[in-house]
Structures are given as C-alpha cells and as structure tokens.
Ligand binder design. Structure first.
Ligand code: 6PG
Length: 253
C-alpha cells in the first residue's frame, strides 16, 4: 500500500473537479516561483484533463499564472506525430499551450514520432537529464505530475502486466502494448514517485469499481498499475468526481 495515505478530493462533477485542480495548480505555481525558481509539470494525456487545460487557458488563470516560469513535460505519449489526433502533446497544445504565452523552450515534448520508439525514449531521457542536470542514478523531481487512470487500472502508459512496471533504472521506456497493438513512450515509476506532488484526475461511473480496488483493494500493482504510484517524498492527491468515487468506503480529505 502507499507509503502515505493518499488524499482524496471529491467534487460534484467533472467541471468542479477541473476547477479544483486548476486552483491547486495555480497555487502550487505561485508558491514555487516566489523563490525565483521555475515550475515543472508533467501533463497527462487522455480526455479527463482536457477540461482542466481549457480552464487554465482562460481567465482568471490566463492572467494569473506566470506561464513564462512554467516548464511543461509529459507523463507519456503515443507513437504518433504531434499533429496526430491521438497525440497527448497535440491535445495539450490545442486546449492550452497555443493560448498562453509560454516560451517555446519551456515545452519539452516527447518526440514519440521518431521511427524507433526506443530512440524516442532515449531522446526524452536525455532531455530530462539535461534539464534537471541529473547525474547517473538520479531521478528528476517534477513539481507536479498530472495522471489519469484507465478502467483497467493503468496510468500514463504503465499497463497491467507490462514489463515497464518493473523498470527501476531508466527514466523513460517505450513498451509495446499488445492490447493497443502499439508502442507508447512513458516516464517510469521511479520518476513519477520522485515528484513533489502527483495529482490523479479521475471522473466517471465506469471507473468507480477499478478506483475502489486501486485505493481500497489488495495490493496488486501488476494488475492495477495505478497502485505503483506511491511517492516516497511527495504528495499524492486523487481528484475525483462523485460518480468515480461513489463506491469508496470513505472520503479522505
Ligand atoms: C493517455 C494517458 C492515459 C489516460 C488514461 C485515462 O496517454 O491516454 O496517459 O493513462 O490518463 O487512459 O484516460 P481518460 O482521461 O481519457 O479516461
């Protein structure tokens, strides 16, 4: 089970969930940049975070967040070009990045379209090592990681039974996913678990049973990879809407 009890924040609906997440994002950026440092965030793919990204692209966040101090990374990417409808970068660009004044050098996308997925993973690992000035064996400490969860308990591109789940050395891997008949490029558990804060955004009735098993069921991380996200020295917060959280035994604040 996680080293620390995850915090749960349950909202009435997906719009309220996105509003709560936007508020927490803005507050975390504000407190980090006070010390003159930049803020590093890894965005999630999928449909759930799009509401959040669209909110952040409008007021009050458009004017309130010091976007030039925010560096964007991705938790995972599909093996497609950035302008492909399945691209996680493409989705974030369309809903958020194209609408805020963020310097191009602050956008660190996974170049998953490179012919060889393993090469794309190595390329991103180099980018992370360069930006975070990592020495061998060190993992980047992202200020914030957004993650989603599939109905099968996967998160990022860490799918049930994947060999990527056990990766303990590399920062980025490119697993072949039989279920999707495709490669993905994904950060690894040690990177996710080294973040200062990880926020899962999960909404919808269809995820409630998996969520209950992930949060309150037996420890079966190979079956429910979302259980692998247990930050050693960071916060873990689950942002849920009522439909997703309806079968949980109790709401933890
Ligand atoms: C992706 C994400 C993936 C996503 C979940 C939930 O690349 O799709 O990394 O892990 O977060 O599949 O997706 P939804 O938000 O669309 O339910």
């Amino acid at each position: 089970m996680p080293t620390q009890q995850p915090k749960l924040r349950i909202f009435d609906d997906p719009d309220e969930l996105a509003r709560g997440a936007a508020e927490e994002f803005a507050e975390r950026v504000a407190s980090k940049v006070e010390s003159g440092e930049c803020f590093t965030v890894a965005l999630s793919g999928g449909s759930t975070p799009k509401r959040l990204y669209k909110l952040l692209a409008g007021e009050p966040y458009l004017g309130r967040v010091p976007w030039q101090k925010v560096h964007f990374f991705w938790g995972d990417e599909r093996a497609v070009p950035p302008n492909h409808p399945d691209s996680n970068f493409g989705a974030a660009y369309e809903t958020l990045l194209a609408k805020i004044s963020v310097p191009p050098g602050n956008i660190h996308r996974i170049r998953a379209e490179l012919g060889d997925p393993a090469e794309a993973a190595a390329d991103y690992e180099d980018e992370l090592r360069r930006f975070f000035r990592l020495s061998d064996g060190e993992f980047p400490r992202l200020d914030l990681v957004f993650l989603g969860m599939g109905t099968d308990g996967h998160t990022a591109s860490l799918f049930p039974g994947s060999e990527a789940l056990a990766e303990a050395r590399r920062l980025v891997v490119a697993p072949w996913l039989e279920k999707l008949e495709a490669h993905r490029v994904s950060l690894t558990c040690p990177v996710f678990n080294n973040a200062a804060c990880t926020m899962f955004l999960v909404s919808g009735e269809e995820k409630s049973e998996t969520l209950r098993l992930v949060l309150e069921g037996p420890d079966e991380p190979a079956r429910y990879p979302a259980q692998l996200i247990r930050p050693e020295a960071g916060e873990l917060v689950w942002y849920l809407d009522r439909s997703a959280g309806r079968t949980l035994r109790r709401e933890r604040g």
